[in-house]
Design a protein around this ligand. Structure first.
Ligand code: CU
Length: 281
């Protein structure tokens, strides 16, 4: 049955909420609200629990920001997801042909419930505005260099199927292991000598494409001593899955010692321009 919206009947004055909840429609709303509430709680528990067991440990400010953004966005979306799933569940379970709970015909469109419209529009606007502001703030903080420490620049060169790391500010040493000093911002200039790779440190929350003849840049500040993984996150050929190595975050004095052990000199600038790396033939 269809309705001409110009010929809709006037809405009768509505009985109080307590009365309306006793009607069959009110009972339906109570049941749906119960399902939505239970689902919301379950989803919130999942939002907190799942990252704890599935994400790598946090070893940088970037990864901390990534994790808190994931948590906040999941919590904000849990009630919305529960609302959609709750209504879908109730509809599929009760409003099928055999249940006897199917309304005989479609009801008139709701067009005069201003409070519902207002709540819907204001709720959606607040939620999306919050996510936008949080997202922009997180993006800014993870892509801006802190001003209180001198950053370290490292050239990252991917090739089938290994990573090379150049330290142009420490005598130009090259290493297959990525060694980083703790609490010092690091700028990674990333490129490739052959195909597209992707430079990924799960524990640091950074991942960026390594493209031949192009330099991409990412940055982070390691803040925890320990070992981390360096991986290629872009299918780059037969041995892609073996294109990984380990790295470690060490104390600044240990970093200087490591540089010397590699034949370098801490703080000595050697012009190694990652843009000048010749592609392999
Ligand atoms: Cu690769």
């Amino acid at each position: 049955m269809s309705y001409d919206i110009d010929e809709l009947p006037e809405s009768p004055s509505r009985p109080p909420l307590s009365e309306r909840l006793k009607t069959p429609e009110g009972q339906r709303i109570v049941k749906v609200a119960t399902v939505v509430s239970v689902l919301t709680v379950l989803l919130l528990i999942f939002c907190v629990w799942w990252p704890l067991i599935s994400l790598p440990p946090t070893m940088s400010d970037t990864q901390a920001e990534v994790k808190s953004t994931l948590l906040i966005f999941s919590i904000a979306s849990a009630p919305v997801m529960a609302l959609v799933w709750g209504i879908a569940y109730y509809s599929l379970r009760h409003w099928n042909a055999g249940s006897g709970d199917t309304p005989p015909e479609d009801g008139p469109p709701i067009r005069d419930n201003n409070r519902l419209s207002l709540a819907w529009v204001v709720g959606s606007a607040l939620l999306t505005a919050f996510l936008l502001v949080w997202g922009l703030a997180a993006l800014t903080s993870t892509t801006t260099l802190p001003t209180d420490a001198k950053p370290l620049t490292i050239n990252v060169i991917g090739q089938q199927w290994l990573w090379n790391f150049q330290y142009p500010e420490d005598g130009g040493i090259t290493s297959n292991d990525l060694v980083l000093p703790k609490d010092r911002p690091v700028i990674f200039n990333v490129t490739s000598t052959d195909v597209i790779h992707s430079f990924w440190i799960p524990e640091m929350g950074i991942k960026i494409d390594a493209n031949p003849r192009v330099t991409t840049t990412t940055l982070t500040t390691p803040d925890t001593l320990g070992v981390f993984n360096v991986r290629c996150a872009e299918l780059c050929g037969l041995n892609h899955s073996y294109m990984e190595t380990s790295g470690r975050v060490v104390a600044p004095t240990d970093f200087d010692q490591w540089v010397k052990d590699q034949g370098g000199s801490p703080g000595m600038l050697v012009p190694l321009d990652v843009n000048k790396i010749e592609p392999k033939e």
